[in-house]
Write a protein that binds this ligand. Sequence first.
Ligand SMILES: [Zn+2]
Length: 281
Amino acid sequence: MPELPEVEITVRRLNTALSGASVDSAVAPGMNVMKTFEPPLEELVGREITGVRRVGKMPAVEFGDLALLIHLMSAGRLRLFDRRASAKDRASRILVRLEDGRELRLREFGTKQRAWARLLPTDAVAEDEAVTRLGPEAWPAPPPAKFAELIDQPRHLHPLLRHQGDIAGIGRSWVDEILWEARLSPFKQGSELDEEEVERLHAALHVLGDAIEYYEEVIGPDLPDKIPMPLKVHKREGEPCPRCGTTIEAVFFSEHQTNYCPQEQTGGRVLKDRRLSRLLK
Ligand SMILES: [Zn+2]
């Protein structure tokens, strides 16, 4: 699932590649993808792409005073292709065909159709409910006092950091990396942190910036479908912790997992694997 660093590199590459390109046609083969009907997508025909930017984990493609705000959900990908998609490509959700023959394609993998988009006046994007309900961006990190305030909640850090309404841009992969960097348990509550721990957690947000720098180095002008994420602990259960060598452990939930270093994050304790304990009941 694309999170802040992956969406950031996507919009940077698309912004470079697309600025100034003219729209030949715009269609939405994905039946339920467009959440707005007025103005219709055809309004984009003849317009120039003026920029591609990121709001939280959402890309926004701007066509002068209209903008397409896209929520990729878990399986959506936004990519530029040299030629048009085959009509048989069932992953196609939105196709923005350019006069030079290229095509900006929102695709979605898997069986669920969850990705969505809204075509809005560009100056209305900031007021869209999907945007107004976002907390401050996780990168660049919010000011320390603001961060300390938003983290001071009686909720586990793992869901708290992933809750876009509190802080925007972090998902299931980067939350593990941030907590490992900060040497904090995913099951510690935000309000339990002392001042020094809050500072460590705030400082750990730099892993998002580091990931963007890494992508700048390794990703060329063409974006791959699968961005090579430089993850050190997420989904690395059974491997040695890159810092202390202790075996990385995992806790599995129905749709996601969290990985951590027991030595450095949970005081040496291996947390109960909820999937396993459920089976044993
Ligand atoms: Zn470790």
